[in-house]
Design a protein around this ligand. Sequence first.
Ligand code: TXA
Ligand code: MG
Length: 312
Amino acid sequence: MAFPTETVYGLGADATDATALGRVFAAKARPSGHPLIVHLAFPDQLDRWSEDPSPAARRLAETFWPGPLTIVVPRRDTISPVATGGKPSVGLRVPDHPVALALLERTGRPIAAPSANRFGRVSPTTAADVAAEFLAVAAGPDLVLDGGPCRVGVESTIVEVLYGEPVLLRPGGIPAELIEEVLGCALRSATGPARASGMLSSHYAPRAEVSLVEPGNPAALAMAVAAALADGKRVAVLGLSSDLVGWRADLDPAALVLDTIDSTEQYARMLYRHLREADRADAEHIVALLPEPDGLGRAVRDRLRKAAAPRP
Ligand code: TXA
Ligand code: MG
């Protein structure tokens, strides 16, 4: 079943049940090598579902769970290898959402759940978005639990704390700065082959093509909009209201402006909803004005960069 978390909606199955997990991969059309995040009801279940987690992993769990942080630790063999894509590690997190926690407590199971979208597409942040995502899919979820719109709006931060220095695999709902403060060291950024599907270059993609503009460059924004309109495209513009105010008037009135965004937190919360809204409005090109790269701005920039990457 699909269920709400504070980040995005997840498509869940018992993390010890290979058959149920197979259905999740099938519904999403997700390649089998891409591991799922396993959700737990309580922070002290870290020990039950991982093998000898490091002191750093414990510290992160104690500090940030429940919350939007996934900690990659050595796998216990009670977690199905289907959930972990055959990897020796497992990504664990305790979500901070009453419906998700009630589901986890009442079933008493670890629940593996990727975001409840088709592979490569925009993650859903409302129950209606989940339903729309699987409308045409025969093998979709049996049930969608409706917990209202997600509070954080972008996925959890993923940190690998296996051996040696901790690695940031995906920026997300907990700012990397806060994690570094708790660990007392810098997070290494992941390099090399994509280890998280969010690390593939094209991901989180709406139907419309996306182009990006750095903050503080109104001329570049107006030019990007004009160029797309000149190409005959229907254009939507996305950005912080405070960045758009003042030169909104300079934008071609033919462009749909999605600018009800007052803070970086709200940019994160509204990002996927705005991308879906642009698709519903039949926009063919989205010009996104990026936020500054701090706090949740890192996650927003990461998702927009992937939405803008060349499609396979
Ligand atoms: O906020 C979230 O994290 C949401 C909600 C539902 O919890 N879930 C989510 O799942 O974003 P998904 O499958 O869309 O992204 C999970 C990411 C994938 O990119 C996967 O490769 C990575 O986590 N991941 C999971 N286990 C891993 C592991 N053992 N090593 C490296 N990456 C892992
Ligand atoms: Mg996803």
